[in-house]
Design a protein. Sequence first.
Length: 327
Amino acid sequence: MRSLLLWAPATALLIVLGIWIWLGLYVNAPAPGSGIATVFIPKGAGLSQIKTILSREGVIKNDLRFLILARLTDSGHRLQAGEFAIARNLRPGEVLKILEQGEVVQHPLTIPEGLTTLQTAAIYARSGWVDQQQFLALCKDPAFIHSLGLQEDQLEGYLFPDTYLLVRGKTDSRTIITTMVNRFLAVWREVSAGQSTTMSRHEIVTLASIIEKETADPKERPLIARVFLNRLEKSMRLQSDPTVIYGLNDFSGNLTRKDLKQETPYNTYVIKGLPPGPICNPGRAAIEAVFHPEQSDALYFVSKNDGTHVFSRTLNEHNRAVRRYQK
């Protein structure tokens, strides 16, 4: 018994030392793979599930010691969900540190100026970020829209076109829409600061959306804005083709005389003044054009079929331009 008591501490020490060496060999050995693995950790994943995912992607060896290391370092409670780009030759502790810091992969996605809400939803849906119908439903949900600080009945015109950084597992319709509206509100505050106008924000955004759709040449936006402002001041109909197209349920791609006569709330050949709301989501330059239109007496413009327009002050001048470029 006395001999056993003398050997017990030494045996325990050897066992502890053996475990320490066994664990140390794992901790200091990187995984044998190479390259970068894209790893997705779902929200709510437990430590065992995370180990399985990491080992499946070749980031760590499928080893019990990963769980022991995570618990000894108390990392298990701090690992974050998301999509990570992790090198396959890191040591286990370095992998845990990446998941703790939460440096997730960000995917850039660009929404161009002049797209409708429907087109915007389709871009996000094609890339797998949203359910298109859910996205569109939120864009017409009064309670959700009001929670964003807007009083409009839909978000056409307020989804600001820009490049957005999206994160797998943390990005959905609500977060995307909220981010786009917040970007619009930030730009609006910058553009409208110190400006004096008799138009409401909704009217300015509506006019900017028409300007956005009317020209592909950024230099023309201030002059397009002036034409429409001149027409509004003279109580002339805007007669904008893009507004007619927006109001059609089954546009074939070819605008006809019948379309121009069809009575819809957006047909500015029929209604006076602005349509009830934006016809697309305009960019910053189009909004700025409303605040800073070019000085001109022009009341008409016609496309030259090259992305630019001819501007006229009188109907006779305009008709000559139409005959030259459209007939």
